[in-house]
Design a protein around this ligand. Structure first.
Ligand code: ATP
Ligand code: MG
Length: 248
């Protein structure tokens, strides 16, 4: 990001960089205006967390990697905010675990789906799903329900960074294992997830990839043990405690 004039020593360097990426995403037509509001909410929580990955989030990231490696058909769902924030990192994660990338938007327009798919391809993606939209998630209104039959609809494990609460619940009702990245531990989306990851996507995605690479050759029993040992309630409670009380 050589195009912004914020010295790296600036105490808010990372959040200013993030904000700039979202702004550039809006200009490029990949992030919605609603995405600016979501960014603001995220920044507030990240500030309270000390802009770092909690140990409990790190464990959730490891459990997410194990789920993705065990999956029959993992899919990484991509919206306008994550596409703007960490496109290359999403492509790397999908490669590391053999997942599909599918554009899945709350405020869906064909134009924006196409712009995000192009943006991901500019960052190294091969096939990007989400344009066919030939299936529906039951229990959601038409536009919000659109998914690809051979993508999210068929997936057993879905990583949904910054998903809306209604859609997270609807995917859960379809029996999918949901891995949700969301900085707000009180939001419905992480609360419905098998693995709630309360961390900034810009830290969470590369860390899941790192664990996936570490665990790539691990036996299934080891991956299953990691999944089994993960405690979603404890992870949510720890994030809430860190936000309310600060400290480790
Ligand atoms: P609720 O789930 O309580 O109904 P919402 O999901 O409708 O609220 P949004 O503003 O759409 O509210 O949600 C955006 C969510 O994404 C917020 O919880 C915010 O903390 C989170 N978020 C924003 N930016 C990031 C980021 N970079 N990394 C992780 N989470 C983020
Ligand atoms: Mg939410």
């Amino acid at each position: 990001m050589g195009d912004i004039e914020v010295p790296e020593s600036h105490p808010r360097y990372q959040s200013l960089l993030t904000r700039h990426r979202i702004e550039a995403g809006v200009e490029k037509g990949i992030t919605s205006k609603q995405g600016l509001i979501a960014e603001g909410r995220g920044e507030a929580f990240d500030y309270l967390l000390g802009e770092r990955t909690l140990d409990s989030a790190d464990e959730a990231e490891r459990a997410a990697a194990a789920h993705l490696l065990l999956a029959r058909h993992p899919v990484v769902s991509v919206n306008g905010n994550v596409a703007a924030l960490c496109p290359a990192e999403l492509v790397e994660l999908a490669d590391a675990v053999g997942a599909d990338l599918e554009v899945n938007l709350f405020n869906r327009t064909e134009e924006r789906v196409r712009a995000i798919a192009d943006h991901l391809r500019e960052h190294g993606a091969g096939e990007v799903k989400g344009l066919t939209a030939d299936e529906r998630v039951p229990g959601l209104d038409h536009e919000r329900a659109k998914v690809d039959a051979d993508g999210i609809h068929d997936a057993d494990v879905v990583l949904v960074p910054l998903e809306d609460g209604d859609r997270a619940e609807a995917l859960g009702r379809m029996g999918k294992t949901e891995l949700v990245v969301d900085l707000n531990p009180l939001s419905r989306s992480p609360r419905t997830a098998a693995v709630p990851i309360v961390d900034n996507v810009i830290r969470a995605i590369p860390n899941i990839t790192r664990y996936a690479r570490d665990l790539r050759d691990a036996p299934r029993e080891e991956l299953e043990a990691i999944v089994e040992a993960f405690d979603r309630e404890a992870a949510l409670a720890d994030a809430e405690r860190a936000i309310r009380e600060g400290g480790d």
